[in-house]
Design a protein. Sequence first.
Length: 341
Amino acid sequence: MGGHHDAGPGLEQGSVLSIAVNPENPQEIITGTGLLPVFPTPSPGIIKTTNGGAEWVRVWESEYPVMSVVYDPADPETAYAGIQARWDTLGPVAGGGVYRTTNGGSDWNLVGLSLRTVNSLATDISSSLTLYAATSDSGVYKSTDAGEHWSRTGLEALDVRAVAIEPLMPERVYASTSDEGLWMTGDGGLEWWPLKRGRCPPHITGVSFDVTVPERLHASTPVGVFVHEPSPVKVITSPDGTSIPQGGELGYELEVRNPSEDQHTFDIDAWVEIPGGSVHGPVIARRRLTFPAGVTATRHIIHTVPPQAPLGEYTYAVRIGSLPDDVWDEAFFRFTVVPLR
């Protein structure tokens, strides 16, 4: 029979702040711990079981609480831990950062984000070198080389408490904040949009995807768990090509689907991010559409690229929802403007 019961000896060595299960061996679990309100209090660190929780052994002792732990989905010998920073009146002075083990937890080494409180980590199951980190004081960071280098990728002014990658579309990342609700990016962190559909309160402590419905997101809050359902309408883009000469034509197939059993009314528009990060648009003026249940519509879109358009990589994004504040779904593709030959 199922149910809950106390874990085996060893887990009383700290307050459990985070937990991760080996994706190839569910009997192996690691937990990140903090301080206990007892004296003498055990040091924070990482505690591990290899027999499903019957026994736990401390594998790493940290000076500061371990806020997040996550396995590399392609190599469970590799795992990551996010650490809390210590602050004084002037800011962070010690601790923090992302630590990594490559030998099953025997050794942990700092790989980045020192002095940042890393509340949550997420690894991309389609590309395990890619990680996202949610921090308390500087938004979301991204690494594409297993944590060796990190760059800010949005929400810099927010206290981000958790981050999760959509399993079927890893360019879609969701971030929860302490007072600004839930945010989504559809392009790996280039642009972020607040998700206001539903009644989820602004303070969200954690996010995770449903294992049975991979697009359904669960958000934990101080007043309960809220569910962010998949968008009732889907948007898909398929570019004709991704290398466009200055003065040439950018073409793509736009497909909008309403797979649900209900009629939906929504807005649609499109924007382009040019090299350097600035956003141009809308390149498709916002308009309102109504789709009956089960309807799919396609249209071939053509834009002329200006002859003096800057060279480099662009991002083209189509959004649908109750715009501009509530983005239901977003599709994007990248293209490169090259010299006219």
